[in-house]
Design a protein. Structure first.
Length: 98
């Protein structure tokens, strides 16, 4: 699936332009943020953004749930997401979760 994908070097400037405009939101944000930040560091670019973690939000807002996995949250909140466990599907799901 990634054989023909561009390298980070090829997309770093465009990615920085997009990502530096807003908040870095993700499910388990610190995990994803760490990878992105390290890639920018390797590229020689400073990257720092405020973060929103939907896992942390779900723990605070929905403490009664037995699981706060992204899939479980989508099911619980009746959010129909195609392509789960793929970058686009998970990003779309994260946009709809609390």
């Amino acid at each position: 699936m990634v054989r023909r994908a561009p390298t980070f070097e090829e997309v770093a400037e465009a990615a920085h332009a997009i990502l530096s405009r807003g908040v870095f939101a993700a499910h388990k944000a610190m995990f994803d943020y760490g990878f992105v930040q390290r890639e920018f560091e390797r590229h020689g670019t400073f990257f720092a953004r405020p973060q929103v973690c939907t896992l942390r939000l779900a723990r605070q807002l929905l403490p009664e749930l037995p699981s706060r996995s992204l899939g479980y949250l989508c099911d619980h909140l009746l959010i129909d997401i195609a392509d789960r466990h793929r970058a686009h599907g998970d990003a779309e799901a994260t946009a709809y979760v609390p």
